[in-house]
Write a protein that binds this ligand. Structure first.
Ligand code: URA
Length: 437
């Protein structure tokens, strides 16, 4: 078999055989196929697409390209969640302990942030002592005992995706639905959970800019997950505006705690409750409505917050930081951003807020950058809120005052004002369950 022929076949709109896809994934992972041929194939897939059978095969081959976790000890009770990424998206910190407090097993491998979206692992590392890397035995044992473990991605999980994703990133082939599907679902399959809830975001801060594109991606991922023997639900959620109020690592831990302690409702609470309900619904085989009653009770009764403390403590984190935010990193410079006029906040562009947070030190422009756990943006107003000229609408947090001017420009681009109260935006566009397909 020759890589040249595989590229040619796809370039001309042909359907690749299982053997050809296997040959490509194995050869690219072990270095036998060079980057230039792999990128040519990705570009051909970008233009020609893939059939469902091809996408399933690509996903399975990528999932098996490295280690896989065996979660059979948890039967059908394991559940994972994946977000396609967004600004201020700290739902894992809320959803995981909530669902675990209801008897589900949440074993999650999370990523680090790159660019304008933060990673769960970076957020958790702002809690002193928290261990983001556990051995496989520790990961499984902790999950058996307390129902939850959240770690960074282990060394050899889906190496094919690691290489391919880095290649796609520099060859303008990221936003291809079959390639995104195989990338995300291969990681979920390798991580082993039987049930998977996908939070597929659309809007300025997301990969998919429109709900229609997000729907196509979500349908594809649900279908592929189902073909690979998993139960999958996708929830399509808005990411035009940052989720919640805080963007930045320690700041997001604080906000997640506030939601779990019942001190904060709003969009973050709503999206978290919806995702948690679908996870519980899949595991317990009850309706999302029945699951929602359990989830709101777990949060309202404090049971979910207790589970969070148990989880953070089990992974070595300083539990005092959850009770008293003085024990979390805090910024030495807090700079207010004031409204220029009377009126209403009309919109807050998620991508620009993410850029502001990154410029303040909360994110990485390249993999090698270090992050400032205290840095970020706090939004004091959200779209639809009235404002008076000179009133603070946001605060910039950093430990380096030289970062303020560039961040001010970015936040200036993010905030839009108007004389009229804007129409309310929908938060959840659609839910797609594997039973619908
Ligand atoms: N996230 C992933 O993990 N892979 C993609 O291809 C896109 C988003």
């Amino acid at each position: 078999m020759r890589m040249y022929d595989i590229i040619l076949k796809k370039r001309d709109g042909g359907e690749l055989s299982d053997e050809e896809i296997g040959f490509f994934v194995e050869g690219y992972t072990n270095g036998a196929i060079p980057d230039y041929q792999a990128s040519a194939l990705c570009m051909a897939i970008f233009f020609r697409g893939m059939t469902e059978r091809e996408t399933v095969r690509l996903t399975e081959c990528m999932a098996r390209s490295g280690d896989t976790l065996d979660l059979s000890a948890f039967g059908d009770l394991s559940v994972d969640k994946h977000s396609t990424g967004g600004v201020g998206d700290k739902t894992t910190l809320i959803v995981a302990p909530t669902v675990a407090s209801l008897g589900c097993y949440v074993m999650k491998m999370s990523g680090r942030g790159l660019g304008h979206t933060g990673g769960t692992v970076d957020k958790l590392e702002s809690i002193s002592g928290y261990r983001t890397s556990l051995s496989e035995e520790e990961f499984i044992e902790q999950s058996k005992h307390i129902g939850i473990a959240v770690i960074g991605q282990t060394g050899n999980l889906t190496p094919a995706d690691k290489k391919l994703y880095a290649l796609r990133d520099v060859t303008a082939t990221v936003d291809s639905i079959p390639l995104i599907t195989a990338s995300i679902m291969s990681k979920k399959l390798a991580a082993g959970s039987k049930n998977i809830v996908l939070d597929v975001k659309y809007g300025s801060g997301a990969f998919m800019k429109t709900p229609e594109d997000a729907e196509k991606l979500a349908e594809n991922m649900v279908r592929i997950g189902k073909s690979c023997g998993r139960r999958v639900t996708a929830v399509l959620t808005d990411m035009d505006v940052p989720l919640g109020k805080n963007v930045g690592n320690a700041l997001e831990i604080k906000e997640a705690v506030d939601v779990l302690r019942g001190r904060e409702k709003g969009d973050l609470y709503e999206v978290s409750v919806t995702l948690a309900s679908h996870m519980v619904s899949l595991v317990k085989r009850i309706t999302p409505g029945e699951a929602r009653a359990l989830v709101t009770d777990a949060i309202g009764s404090g049971k979910a917050f207790e589970k969070m403390k148990e989880w953070i403590g089990a992974q070595g984190g300083d539990v005092k930081a959850l009770e008293d935010f003085e024990y979390l990193p805090s910024a030495s410079v807090i700079y207010p951003v004031n409204a220029p006029c009377d009126g209403y906040v009309e919109g807050i562009d998620a991508q620009s807020v993410g850029r502001a947070a990154m410029l303040l030190g909360a994110g990485r422009a390249s993999k090698e950058d270090t992050i400032d756990p205290a840095a970020g943006v706090v939004l004091l107003k959200k779209p639809g809120d009235p404002v008076k000229a000179g009133e603070p609408v946001a605060k910039l947090h950093t430990c380096d005052v030289r970062r303020i001017p560039a961040a001010l420009d970015a936040i200036g681009e993010a905030l839009r004002y108007g004389a009229e109260k804007p129409a309310e935006r929908g938060l959840i566009y659609k839910v797609i369950s594997d039973a619908d397909l």
